[in-house]
Design a protein around this ligand. Structure first.
Ligand code: CA
Length: 513
């Protein structure tokens, strides 16, 4: 039977691993590519992840944005033409859930970061096994640079969850600015009492440097002038790491989280007005495009470009409640929601000489696929944990085989700790979702709505209706078992592997007596 993402079955190899499609011809082609690479270069691949913040699916030129929306991204577009551009790459609805999912290969209801920790709130990656730790065990040098935001407590910091070295801030951009910027926060900035009150909160006001197992050392306080320099400083640090690694026998993982383009944006002076839009968000995108240029140039100059799998993405959809410090998604709703606008993000893979150039695919790719895929490419699949459920699937044959197909059948949407829905093929089956009634907010915000439970499941055909406005369920009941089986099997895994929560619940509206 010819392959079809809805009609074809998956294979479950181990009880704790997500079932996946096995495409034998793709596997063979991928193995041949890896063998050819290893014979030619004599080493295992490096991994460079550039994770941007709140950048929309459509912001880059190669996704239909760029020049058309006043912020050209020629370097990112060029990289996309040299590799594989994914149109159905999925994050989680907000920063910390996405980042933890990328690092652990697990959905938020398993790693427990259902939402971002704020202002020094304890809880994070502590107790999880990350891709950095597994690659480190496999002989990789592991470096994290830039935004962390998956736990500020010591045990959750990068140097204690698998990274050899970390240079960046532990939280999120707005936590350093929203009590310092008099334009947005005059009642805070012009009040000595409130400024003191914030300063006494238990979060680190500095960006830090840390080495494996150690305490973090403060580098510099993150004032607004410093914020405007962070993407430059962090890029320089990553470039220096790449330069240093050129002389090393060991392969490496560099996890580079940019400051931009999370609200509020304060681009470096040389980028002020650099975009045709002349708005700080758009100027920041131009700056981020330049960060990609610098990192790729450094790889090329040190003869490591051919040895490095590059992944460029964003941790969630645009944050429309902070518009215009957010921009372009062609999809419904925004960051915070499980409508496509919240979770469908750009995804570019490039590895010159190994991944075929000029490819585009709508095959499903989930952030949790990074862990098993990188381990597969590093020849370390045997180290995938067996004591916990791993939601990611090894997508190395999808990435490396010419015309390769995705190994993932279902993408599962989670809205904090509520199961939201499932996508398979071009269909999305939705049980619960954020209300995005414009009456709820000034715009199509993702955090403002309420969680609505649909009386009957809704179904959207994302090819005919990418904005999810026409419920198609009644005309497509023949598919219902395919969706329900996906939901049933996914939820059943939580009976064997119970869910986890590491951040506190909001306080109850009425205190318990
Ligand atoms: Ca984000």
């Amino acid at each position: 039977m010819p392959f079809d993402p809805i009609a074809s079955p998956t294979v479950r190899t181990t009880p704790n691993l997500e079932p996946a499609f096995v495409h034998e011809a793709d596997r063979e082609a991928a193995r041949a590519r890896i063998a050819e690479y290893t014979a030619r270069r004599g080493k295992r691949p490096n991994f460079l992840v550039v994770l941007m913040d709140d950048v929309g699916w459509g912001d880059f030129g190669c996704y239909g944005g760029g020049v058309a929306v006043g912020a050209p991204t020629p370097n990112i577009d060029r990289l996309a033409r040299q590799g594989l551009l994914l149109t159905s790459c999925y994050s989680e609805p907000s920063c910390s859930p996405s980042r933890a999912t990328l690092l652990t290969g697990r959905v938020p209801n398993r790693h427990g970061l259902h939402r971002p920790p704020m202002y020094g709130e304890p809880g994070g990656l502590q107790g999880e096994i990350t891709i950095a730790e597994l690659l480190s065990n496999a002989g990789y040098v592991t470096q994290a640079v830039g935004k962390w935001h998956v736990g500020e407590n010591l045990a959750s910091q990068p140097q204690n969850v698998g990274f050899d070295d970390f240079y960046g801030f532990l939280s999120v951009s707005d936590m350093y600015s929203e009590w310092r910027d008099p334009h947005f926060f005059p009642e805070m900035v012009y009040s000595e009492a409130r400024t003191e009150w914030i300063k006494n909160m238990p979060f680190n006001k500095c960006f830090v440097h840390a080495t494996r197992g150690g305490e973090p050392e403060n580098v510099e306080e993150v004032t607004i002038p410093v914020l405007s320099l962070l993407d430059d400083k962090w890029c320089t640090y990553s470039q220096q790491f790449i330069q240093r690694m050129a002389g090393e026998a060991k392969p490496w993982l560099l996890y580079h989280g940019t400051r931009g383009a999370h609200f509020d944006n304060y681009p470096k002076e040389e980028f002020l007005g650099a975009s045709p839009a002349k708005h700080p968000y758009k100027d920041t995108l131009v700056e981020l495009d330049d960060v990609v240029r610098r990192l790729v140039d450094t790889l090329r100059e040190t003869d490591q470009l051919e040895d490095t799998l590059i992944f460029i993405s964003s941790d969630n959809g645009p944050h429309m409640e902070t518009w215009p410090d957010a921009a372009y998604t062609p999809f419904r709703c925004a960051k915070g929601s499980t409508w496509e606008g919240g979770v469908r993000v750009p995804g570019i893979f490039a590895w010159p000489g190994v991944i075929e150039a000029d490819r585009q695919s709508d095959g499903l790719f989930d952030f949790n696929d990074i862990l098993p895929t990188f381990l597969g490419l590093a020849g370390a699949s045997a180290s995938i944990p067996t004591d916990r459920y791993i939601d990611g699937v090894d997508q190395s044959s999808f990435l490396l085989a010419p015309g390769g197909l995705s190994n993932r059948k279902y993408h599962y949407y989670w809205l904090v700790d509520t199961f939201s829905g499932v996508r398979t093929g071009e269909y999305k089956f939705l049980l619960n979702a954020t209300s995005d009634d414009p009456g709820d907010a000034a715009g199509p915000g993702g955090f403002t709505g309420v969680t609505q439970h649909f009386t009957y499941a809704r179904l959207y055909n994302l090819y005919l209706d990418p904005k999810e406005t026409h419920n198609y369920m009644t005309r497509k009941l023949a598919y219902i078992e395919a969706f329900q089986a996906g939901v049933r099997n996914h939820l059943a895994t939580f009976r064997v592997y119970p869910p986890k929560r590491v951040l506190g619940q909001p306080p109850p509206a009425v205190p318990a007596s």
